[in-house]
Design a protein around this ligand. Sequence first.
Ligand code: GLN
Length: 205
Amino acid sequence: MTEVNEETESATESNGLRVGVLALQGDFREHVTALRALGATVTEVRRPQDLDGLSGLVIPGGESTAIERLMRLYELDTAIEDFAGAILGTCAGLIVVSHLELADVEVERNAYGRQNQSFETELDLGDGLPLRGVFIRAPRVSRYGDKVQVLARYGDDPVLLLEGSVLLATFHPELTDDPRVHRLFLELAETWQEPALAGAVARED
Ligand code: GLN
């Protein structure tokens, strides 16, 4: 049996984990770039069959009404409801996730105002390193269930949330160079892909 030690390079950076990015509308290319930079093999998802063999799916920012309309057109709404891997929903993607009821959250669209009220701020992930949050016509999570963990807040508002293997951001981690949110998503996808292995190398945190 292979010994796992702290020197071992994280599997997410080396094993070509296969994940997808919903590529119907919005800033999917930035997510693809961020995930490839972390060593993942990335598929642009435009049809239900594109989900086959993926361990995770990103639903990007953009315009949730347009994404949802195209998802229905290509029957991706039901396919994503059935998708068993990890999910990262950012901004409009978070709205889509809430509408598909993939996480127990309710959202208010455009809660901080229109385009000219978009803003950037430093967020605290609890690790001492500020994370730059880019908020563009961002939604606000107005309610979340008991199983939802809040990983970061802006004021009182939860802006980074985790429920099981569903990670949600009301901001745009793909528009900065900080890899932490995408790395966490890949860890969730990896855990989902190899539950036995994940148990064997259970992390401290
Ligand atoms: N306001 C958009 C919506 O409601 C989301 C904006 C974004 O993804 N940056 O879908």
